[in-house]
Design a binder for this molecule. Structure first.
Ligand code: C5P
Length: 229
């Protein structure tokens, strides 16, 4: 049976392929992440169908960032879709606006701290203040949580540091960058296993390619769940 600590990233180009993947996964997965890559390929319609007809939980990974009024309006619109988790950038004004937009719904707002694809030289290009990336990530997570985020997205390597912040009590930490023991790492550089991520304080892990690229996605999902403590 499924374990909602595992969220499977449906990183396929369109809703039809997404639906066929979820059919292969069947009861082994109860929680799906739909990202920007599928938005123009029917991502919202798929989110609706998975929720209404199959009872799945939905994480919409939109990483919204804009002026407060626009974020609030966008989140209010998305809140009508009965989505469980929505990502926005972790800047305090964005978090506050998203929480306003989500008011009255059960949708949880998760803050993205610093994209893990960025290194210090990218941050220099963006005029982001000096300091180690990991330190900035933990500080941004703290500010997002202070601003009212229901949780944050973090690498498993930062999860323990964020879990140690008093602001993270009762909030969610969701970690991508997870690889089952012995799996290919792909372009993920700093990975941990499902068990390590949970031990570091993650509430949910997001796993994509090791599941959807497997010849038997359901078996791969079950193997990840079997690794959870
Ligand atoms: O295929 P893989 O397991 O690497 O997929 C991880 C998912 O999590 C992808 O949808 C990816 O975009 C997302 N993600 C990530 N690292 C982040 C934020 C999101 O891998 N820092």
């Amino acid at each position: 049976m499924s374990d909602d600590r595992l969220i499977v990233a449906l990183d396929v180009p369109n809703a039809l392929e997404g639906l066929s993947l979820t059919e292969k996964l069947g009861d082994s997965v109860g929680f799906y992440k739909i990202g920007l890559g599928m938005l123009t390929g029917g991502g919202l319609a798929l989110a609706n169908e998975l929720k209404q007809e199959h009872g799945k939980r939905i994480f919409l990974d939109m990483k919204l960032f804009d002026i407060s009024a626009t974020v609030e309006a966008a989140v209010r619109g998305l809140a009508q879709f009965d989505i469980d988790f929505l990502t926005v950038h972790g800047d305090p004004h964005v978090i506050r606006a998203a929480k306003e937009g989500a008011a009255g719904s059960k949708m949880k707002i998760l803050g993205v701290t610093i994209l893990t694809s960025l290194d210090r030289s990218d941050l220099d290009d963006c005029l982001i203040q000096d300091g180690e990336v990991q330190t900035l990530v933990v500080e941004r997570a703290g500010r997002a949580l202070e601003a009212g985020a229901d949780g944050v997205i973090a690498s498993p390597h930062e999860a323990a540091l964020i879990r140690a912040l008093p602001e993270s009590a009762g909030r969610l930490i969701v970690t991508p960058g997870v690889r089952p023991a012995g799996a290919e790492h792909g372009d993920q550089k700093r990975v941990m296993t499902p068990a390590e991520a949970i031990a570091n304080g993650a509430d949910h892990i997001v796993v994509g390619r090791p599941i959807w690229q497997d010849p038997s996605p359901a078996n791969a999902a079950k193997a990840v769940i079997a690794e959870l403590p």
